[in-house]
Design a protein around this ligand. Structure first.
Ligand SMILES: [Zn+2]
Ligand SMILES: [Zn+2]
Length: 268
């Protein structure tokens, strides 16, 4: 039993960390930089940890930039305001992911700037063979180690790990919770202290300043991913952009804030 619990918890946190670190903060928001070697290293780490629910960082970034630019409007790829229930919203998000991946959707050029891309790995990660292989691995682990058949009910969560984590933020952090910043969108901070979502639950703070590396704002808003980012920056594995906070518009819908280098800002 202990092994299955550990497997679930490890899968949850490792895939979530890779999502918030690579797909979200790096690919979509360019909150820090890294060499090609480390980029590929983290791509592989994302593929292994996210397995059957791996989403190309490029595709994730395009869709997520659209979410920031069109929050709570009809053009928002996922908004609880325009979908009656969370399954509809998840299905729409899935369709959009497929359409961006296959090039069926026309993308505004502003959403395509500075995107990481590794077509080879994305093609593997998005293939049915790969997804089925990972589903096989999760099922095998449960067959080997689950103490009773009831535990098999957790397998769908492993299979749909990324959409599940995305849904918690995209649905619940646009419906419930509190706000630090009043904006014209519905984003909220879902938890006071976010130990389950690795900082992602401070979604209201994040909509206020999308390219900030730290999603926490108040003293008690601890963002574990920010701590890891600081460590990786200290170890010269990544380079965090020196950010000058850029105020977003009152509506909170201005995005793709370009990180401003402090030195450049001073020279202006
Ligand atoms: Zn949002
Ligand atoms: Zn974002």
């Amino acid at each position: 039993m202990l092994f299955i619990l550990l497997f679930f918890v490890a899968h949850w946190y490792l895939s979530l960390f890779m999502q918030t670190f690579l797909q979200h903060r790096y690919a979509a928001h360019g909150a820090f930089r890294m060499s090609k070697f480390w980029e590929r290293f983290f791509y592989i780490a994302a593929y292994i940890t996210q397995g059957s629910s791996y989403v190309s960082p490029r595709v994730y970034a395009i869709m997520h930039r659209m979410h920031h630019a069109y929050t709570d409007t009809e053009m928002d790829p996922h908004s609880p305001k325009y979908d009656d229930n969370l399954f509809k919203m998840m299905w729409k998000t899935r369709q959009m992911t497929v359409n961006i991946f296959t090039g069926k959707l026309d993308i505004e050029p502003r959403f395509l700037k500075n995107l990481p891309d590794w077509k080879w790995l994305d093609r593997i990660g998005h293939s049915n063979i790969s997804r089925l292989l990972w589903i096989g691995i999760y099922t095998w682990v449960y067959i080997q180690f689950a103490p009773s058949a009831w535990w098999f009910l957790l397998i769908p969560a492993h299979i749909l790990m990324l959409p599940l984590q995305g849904m918690i933020i995209n649905w619940f952090a646009h419906k419930y919770g509190s706000t630090n910043f009043s904006m014209k969108n519905t984003s909220t901070n879902l938890f006071k202290v976010d130990i389950f979502m690795m900082g992602e639950a401070y979604h209201n703070n994040h909509h206020k300043n999308p390219s900030s590396t730290n999603f926490g704002f108040r003293w008690h808003e601890f963002d574990p991913t920010f701590l890891i980012i600081k460590l990786l920056n200290w170890a010269h594995i990544i380079r965090v952009n020196k950010l000058v906070p850029i105020p977003v518009s009152a509506s909170g819908q201005v995005v793709l804030n370009k990180p401003v280098d402090l030195n450049q800002a001073r020279n202006r």
